[in-house]
Write a protein that binds this ligand. Structure first.
Ligand code: GSH
Length: 209
């Protein structure tokens, strides 16, 4: 059994989506980051960067328990464990790594800054932050749109990969970072197709209580 330590944010939802898609049994342990539970010693023992998500797998690679933090590492771990959603051959696997790292380095940190600056009170600070990070967020949506032209998934053919799940976690919050998917038609098509998958929908809906 896997325990997912999480909260209802894009980085957390990526993992519940992946677990649902993989059909792995899991239990949820809520870490309420609005109450600073991410700083509790028991959580820091498995996630030293005090961020959700983290997992504990009672049945690690050698049969002993293992904990994993950082959502990208968790997704790669789960893909390795199940042999699913990691790419079907060596070339696909490398493309999955590329697009997963693209998400972790940009398509997450940048819209996350938009979310932050939308809440900043000082108008001058807000204007600067939004101009900088909204522009970069839109550029990233443009990159994704180009990659998805003529393709169903970012890095694989036939079935999605953990890179799609990672990117979807942030695209799920497109309204919050003020992006209209109608401006990115390939992203809109990909988003609709993934969200129509029952397992993916369950991953976004699973109760965090
Ligand atoms: N690179 C990390 C980022 C995780 C992250 O930023 N998590 C946020 C919620 S989405 C968090 O736990 N924030 C708590 C805090 O800032 O103290 C990952 O992808 O796992």
């Amino acid at each position: 059994m896997i325990t997912l330590h999480t909260w209802g944010t894009p980085n957390g939802r990526k993992i519940s989506v992946a677990l649902e898609e993989m059909g792995l049994p899991y239990a949820i342990k809520v870490v309420d980051i609005t109450k600073d539970q991410q700083f509790e010693p028991a959580f820091l023992a498995i996630s030293p960067n005090n961020r959700i998500p983290a997992i504990v797998d009672a049945d690690g690679p050698d049969g002993a328990p293992i904990s994993v933090f950082e959502s990208g590492a968790i997704l790669l771990y789960l893909a390795q464990k199940t042999g699913r959603f990691g790419g079907s051959d060596a070339r696909e696997k490398i493309a999955v790594w590329e697009w997963l790292m693209w998400q972790m380095g940009g398509f997450g940190p940048m819209p996350g800054q938009v979310h932050h600056f939308l809440m900043v009170k000082d108008e001058g600070d807000q204007r600067y932050g939004l101009a900088r990070y909204s522009k970069e967020t839109r550029r990233l949506y443009g990159v994704l749109d180009k990659q998805l032209a003529g393709r169903d998934f970012v890095a694989t053919a036939g079935e999605p990969s953990v890179a799609d799940f990672a990117i979807l976690g942030w695209a799920w919050r497109h309204e919050r970072h003020k992006v209209d998917l109608a401006d990115f038609l390939n992203v809109q098509r990909w988003y609709g197709a993934l969200m129509a998958r029952p397992a993916t929908a369950r991953g976004f809906d699973v109760a965090l209580a």
